[in-house]
Design a protein around this ligand. Structure first.
Ligand code: KIV
Length: 271
């Protein structure tokens, strides 16, 4: 008989059950093996291989430049580490818009080559055909409405979305549409808390918020922001749980000083 305790994988069905029983869902981004293994071990329900990798891993201004191959590389690294969490992978800009066959091909590549459990796409009714086609292959899809960073050049700013009635109404309709199409969950980014609550009450699928207040069914943050690695990024919605920029800078400065002073390595630290 196996001595190992069985670790239960989080599934899309369990996320739905969590919403039904009022248990909040925790989601964080992850892009590499070491970090994913810490987050998974700490009990995060969902790991998002976000296209924010384009910003925090590659140093780009926006999420637009990251490629499908690069997203698959990050997803492979995360999947290797995960024992429990559901892994969602962002479909990068240009891999799904305007061509549902291309969208399906991209999603299949992500699932086949990385071993991830689902994909996330930004947008509403306008990408409905792509979402439907991906779902026909049995690939679970998470939606993403509100501030959708792949559309930054349309918005012109990263400020709060859907403050005006017309945009709020469109968001409510898009949310319903994504649920009707078959999405298993929805990210709501940077929208008024009252609107996020309304969407969450209207939908039976879970909503995961970032800058969307407490009325959603779960929360997501970019891990580098939560840990205080991204020093200058301090939006109102962000709660920083550590100040790793300072901790890491101090550790590396002490290492540099020890090397220069010949304190490191000591005799005991060699062979
Ligand atoms: O790419 C990302 O990190 C995201 C989250 C902000 C939801 O899409």
């Amino acid at each position: 008989m196996s001595q190992h305790k069985e670790v239960k994988l989080v599934t899309t069905h369990q996320l739905l059950a969590m919403k039904q029983r009022g248990e909040k869902i925790s989601m964080l981004t992850a892009y590499d093996f070491s970090m994913a293994s810490i987050l998974d071990g700490a009990g995060v329900d969902v790991l998002l291989v976000g296209d924010s990798a384009s910003n925090v891993m590659a140093g780009h201004e926006t999420t637009l430049p990251i490629t499908l191959d690069q997203m698959i590389y990050h997803a492979q690294s995360v999947v290797r580490a995960v024992k429990r969490a559901l892994v969602v992978v962002d479909m990068p800009f240009g891999s799904y818009q305007g061509n549902s066959r291309e969208a399906l091909r991209s999603a299949i590549r992500i699932m086949k080559e990385s071993g991830a459990h689902s994909v996330k796409l930004e947008g509403g009714a306008e990408i409905g055909e792509s979402i439907s086609r991906i779902l026909t292959a049995g690939i679970p899809v998470m939606g993403h409405l509100g501030l959708t960073p792949q559309s930054i050049y349309k918005f012109g700013t990263y400020t709060v979305r859907a403050k005006e009635d017309a945009e709020a109404q469109k968001l409510l309709e898009d949310a319903q549409k994504l649920q009707d199409l078959g999405c298993f969950a929805l990210v709501l980014e940077k929208i008024p808390a009252a609107l996020a609550l309304r969407v969450s009450e209207q939908l039976s699928i879970p909503t995961i918020g970032i800058g969307a207040g407490p009325g959603v069914d779960g929360q997501v943050l970019v891990i580098h922001d939560l840990l205080g690695i991204t020093k200058e990024f301090k939006p109102r919605f962000l709660r920083r749980y550590a100040e790793l920029h300072e901790v890491m800078t101090d550790a590396v400065q002490r290492y540099v000083a020890d090397v220069k002073s010949r304190d490191f390595p000591s005799a005991a630290e060699g062979y």
